[in-house]
Write a protein that binds this ligand. Structure first.
Ligand code: DQA
Length: 148
């Protein structure tokens, strides 16, 4: 089982960026956390981060036929990107959406997510643990598909 984990814009600045909201651990710590979570579940993973919408769209397109699942934190593109939503729908790879913060208890504009219209599940407000939850959820979903 192979997962692609995508992190969107400004997540590379974790630790520096609004620590009261996103925590004090840096992006490298997040990447190590995700790798460990995947290893614990026996899942292979590739980690990808970009600050550019089109680059994320390209990566999702390239995932077709290679990855069994996608975990994505689209960051600010969550609230704006029809292109990322359409790319996910086009490749039809099972996807779980993750946000470090609770987007529903912040500014009004963060309450809407385009990616949620496709994602199997949206996990938010759990910090790094949200990614571990996403790995577990996606693995369970894919195993159920194989059984039935
Ligand atoms: C975020 C929430 C988004 O609203 C914000 O633009 C981000 C990070 C989160 O992980 O909490 O960049 O996706």
């Amino acid at each position: 089982m192979k997962f692609l984990v995508i992190n969107g814009p400004n997540l590379n600045l974790l630790g520096l960026r609004e620590p009261a909201i996103y925590g004090s651990k840096n992006f490298e710590a997040l990447q190590n956390f995700i790798k460990d979570a995947c290893a614990r579940e026996g899942v292979d993973c590739e980690l990808f981060q970009s600050n550019h919408e089109g680059t994320i769209v390209d990566k999702i397109q390239e995932a077709y036929g290679i990855f069994d699942g996608i975990i994505i934190n689209p960051a600010a593109y969550t609230h704006t990107s029809v292109a990322i939503l359409d790319a996910l729908k086009a490749v039809a790879i099972p996807t779980v959406e993750v946000h470090l913060s609770d987007i529903n208890s912040r500014e009004e504009f963060r309450k809407h997510s385009f990616v949620s219209m496709y994602a199997l599940k949206t996990i938010c407000g759990l910090g790094f643990d949200g990614y571990a939850e996403a790995v577990k959820h996606l693995k369970k979903h894919l195993k159920n598909l194989t059984v039935s």
